[in-house]
Each structure stands twice: as C-alpha cells, then as structure tokens.
Design a protein around this ligand. Structure first.
Ligand SMILES: Cc1cc2nc3c(=O)[nH]c(=O)nc-3n(C[C@H](O)[C@H](O)[C@H](O)COP(=O)(O)OP(=O)(O)OC[C@H]3O[C@@H](n4cnc5c(N)ncnc54)[C@H](O)[C@@H]3O)c2cc1C
Length: 412
C-alpha cells in the first residue's frame, strides 16, 4: 500500500520504519527543516544539550525496531530518578521516588467524589486536605485542575504520593484497597520482593545524531522523506481524508497522522481543540563539581520556585537541563534555585555558562480535548486515518496506539 506518514518526530519516524519493514511504500512528511520534532538537541555555544528530560525506555517492541537502525550509539544505564519538594513544609528529598513525598502519618483518603476519574482536580481532591491543598495549588500553576483531564496526573508526576514516614501503613492500605493502591505509590525498594532498577537508554552523542541514523535507515528502506512539507488535511469527496501539500493533492491509501492533531480534528471531525499551551523554559548549563556518572533526573515540586525537572547527564562532560515553568524568573535566580536543589540532593555542583530557552509545550489535555479525540478516534478508520494516540501521555503508549491501529488496518 501507499502510506503517507505526517509528522517527522519520533512517532512518525518509527511508524514509517515499521511500515517500510512491512513492505509498504512510505512517504514521510515533515513541516520543519529536519526530522526529530521535540527531541532535537539544543545546540548552544557551550555545547549540545538534551532539550528536556527525555529517556528512551527499554520497551521490547519499540527497542526491537530501534535496534534495526544501523549506526546508533544508544547508551544503556540504570534508570535512576528521585524527587525534591517543599510543598508540605520542610524540604523532602527522595532518591528513588519521582512523585511527591508527604511527611507525617498516613491520612485517610476523602470519600469518592464526582470527577475523581475525570479531572485532575477531582483526582487530587481524593487526598487528605493537607496534601490535596498544596498539590492542587502546585498543579494550578500548569492549568486549571478542574478543566484538565485526570490522566494529566501522569504527565505532571502527581499520579501517586508516598508517605515516607509511614510506609508500612501505606503498604497495608495499598494491599487492602484498590483505590488506595492507585493513589499511593512506593519506591522500588519498598516492594516485596524489591523491584529491580530498570534500564533506560540515551544516544551518547545527542538525539540529532540518533535521528540522523534513523533518517539514513528510513532512506535505505525506500522511505521518501519530504522536509519543509506542511501537509494540510481535507475531507475528500468520498468522506475519506485527502492530503494537500502546497495546493497539490497527495495520493495515499492510508494516512498515519503523527503531527499536531488540531487541523485534522477541525477539518475531518468538526471538533475545535482547546490545546492548552504550557509556557516553560529550559535552563542549560555545564556542571562543575563531582557530577553523577550515569544520567539521572529529579522531579521538583516547589512551593517557592518554578523548577520542574533537573536532568544531569554527559558523563565526563557533565551537563544539566533544567525544565521550569516560565514564571518570568531571571536566569540568575533559576541558577541559584537549581544549585540549591542539587545541594539538597547531596551534590556540591555549580552551574556554569547557563542559558535559557523558552519552550511552549502541548503536553496537557483538557477533558474537552480528550472527549474530542476519543470521538474522532471512533470514526477515523472509516476516513482512512491512523490516529496519533494523543490521548496518551508519553511516546511509548502513543506508539503502541499507532501500531495497534496500523495492525487493525492491515498495515502492520
Ligand atoms: C520537556 C518534555 C519532556 C518529555 N519527557 C518525556 C518522557 O520522559 N517520556 C516520554 O515518553 N515522553 C516525554 N515527553 C513527551 C514526548 O516527547 C512526546 O510524546 C514525543 O517525543 C513526541 O514525539 P512525536 O513524534 O509524537 O511529536 P513531535 O516530536 O512533536 O513531532 C511532531 C512533528 O510533526 C511536525 N508537523 C506538525 N504539523 C505538521 C504538518 N501539518 N505536516 C507535516 N509535519 C507536521 C512537527 O514539525 C514535528 O516535527 C516529553 C515532552 C516534553 C516537551
């Protein structure tokens, strides 16, 4: 079959690779100058940086595909992470739990209220008031918790909390009650038997080199790559999707849409997405001092600062990417906040040659958009469209969704 893949980010590249492996004729359309989408490196005078805290998980299906790509230098390492928060008073640090750690005794969950399954606000309101209050105030800095869908809890890393001072009671509550099991989390070491550290991977020489290897692999498999090719979706006379590039129709038996869904849903589904944009900044710097040897990230939940994630990597040339909410903090203040967090984590590290880049993120989903995407998903196959799994957070669940739809359409 002739398949058009729209969007040359990680999802589109892997979808095109799988389709080519299955013997289809594939055209990959990317609006920008290069493949890679959100993964592309930040290339600055002081070095090359990861654009955010983005790991490649060792998902067996996806890694089997990535492993067919010649010439990638993915470094595998133990996936270490932790958290820092001052939401509940004094600073709490944990070296094996990347969600909020709550001090003091385990409190009772609130009675189940309407909205717990639907909205982020409803989900956070399930905790006792002294936990729900600060968590909801923190989440509200991202967007209105009662308008955001409940699954944003995963994107914001607030899907579970850990009462570190009362772990045994929490463990018991988790065993006795499904709801408590969903809302409370444990570090890997607290499971019985303890869960092993999983492996993750990163390209040693940056994502751009990895994407370049992917591009070469795609071309070797006959995929036609079209850069600077912003494709327009239109309804065709037969109700199926018709793609256009610069007013010219594109012939395709099936379309895999791995790009932003806004135009697609509007033109083919009559749905107007809210698509909330989250204004963030990335802080890039060299690290001076004894940095961790393998990549590691810490999630930050600050009542007093806008830092979100601190991602240290780079081995012998240690670097850091700090993701933060754009709350107009000056660079020097963000650097000081990051150094303080690193100090609290037990590392004596300084940030050198720091610089900031703004980033607009479209990673949050309102309940309105979720319903639109689900409605559209039910009709898309009839229109010849494989959808990008935008209702899921994270690249692996999205890719599994895309691959499942491709399989259902007889493409994979
Ligand atoms: C800071 C940050 C951290 C993240 N961390 C993680 C993480 O740890 N784990 C995880 O799983 N996920 C994470 N995510 C989410 C993850 O990055 C994304 O789910 C995934 O990388 C996006 O890949 P994609 O190919 O779907 O989209 P994108 O990378 O956005 O690529 C879409 C491409 O489509 C192109 N395009 C758009 N419109 C058109 C058009 N009309 N025609 C042609 N091309 C078009 C764009 O130019 C772009 O290149 C993170 C996201 C951010 C922002």
């Amino acid at each position: 079959m002739n398949v058009a893949v729209v969007g040359g980010g990680y999802s589109g590249c892997l979808a095109a690779l799988l389709l080519a492996e299955q013997g289809h004729r594939v055209d990959l359309y990317e609006a920008g100058d290069a493949l890679g989408g959100i993964l592309r490196d930040a290339v600055l005078p002081q070095g090359r940086f990861f654009p955010g805290c983005q790991y490649i998980n060792i998902d067996p299906v996806l890694m089997a595909l990535v492993d067919t790509v010649e010439g990638t230098t993915l470094q595998r390492f133990d996936h270490r992470y932790g958290s820092w928060n001052d939401l509940f008073g004094a600073v709490r640090v944990h070296h094996d739990f990347a969600q909020p750690v709550v001090p003091g005794p385990l409190g009772a969950l609130q009675p189940v209220a309407e909205g717990e399954q639907d909205t982020l606000g409803g989900r956070l309101a399930a905790y006792e008031a002294r936990v729900a209050g600060p968590l909801t105030a923190w989440a509200a800095r991202h967007g209105a918790p009662d308008a955001l869908a409940a699954q944003n809890a995963a994107a914001l890393q607030v899907g579970r909390v850990f009462y570190a001072d009362d772990a045994a009671a929490m463990q018991q509550a988790k065993q006795q009650d499904d709801r408590a099991d969903r809302l409370y989390g444990l570090p890997r070491s607290h499971f019985d038997p303890p869960r092993p550290l999983q492996q993750a991977a990163l390209p040693l020489d940056g994502f751009d080199a990895f994407i370049q290897a992917l591009q070469t692999a795609l071309q070797r498999r006959g995929v036609q790559i079209h850069l600077q090719a912003p494709v327009k979706p239109l309804p065709g006379a037969d109700g199926r999707i018709q793609l256009q590039l610069r007013q010219q129709p594109i012939a395709a038996d099936a379309v895999v849409w791995c790009a932003n869904p806004t135009a697609l849903l509007q033109r083919l589904g009559g749905e107007r997405l809210q698509s909330p944009a989250l204004r963030c900044v990335n802080l890039f710097a060299r690290l001076e001092g004894r940095a961790p040897e393998a990549p590691v990230y810490y999630q930050a939940f600050g009542a007093t600062h806008p830092l979100l994630r601190l991602f240290c990597y780079g081995g012998e040339r240690p670097r850091i990417t700090v993701e933060a909410l754009d709350e107009a903090w000056p660079l020097a203040d963000l650097v000081a906040a990051a150094e303080q967090v690193l100090h609290d984590l037990g590392w004596d590290l300084r940030l050198a040659d720091a610089s900031l880049q703004p980033q607009l993120r479209y990673s949050l989903l309102t309940t309105h958009d979720l319903h639109c995407i689900e409605r559209f998903g039910r009709q898309a196959a009839r229109q010849g469209i494989i959808t990008g799994g935008w209702q899921h957070y994270g690249r692996d669940p999205r890719l599994h969704h895309i691959f499942a739809e491709m399989a259902a359409a007889g493409l994979a």
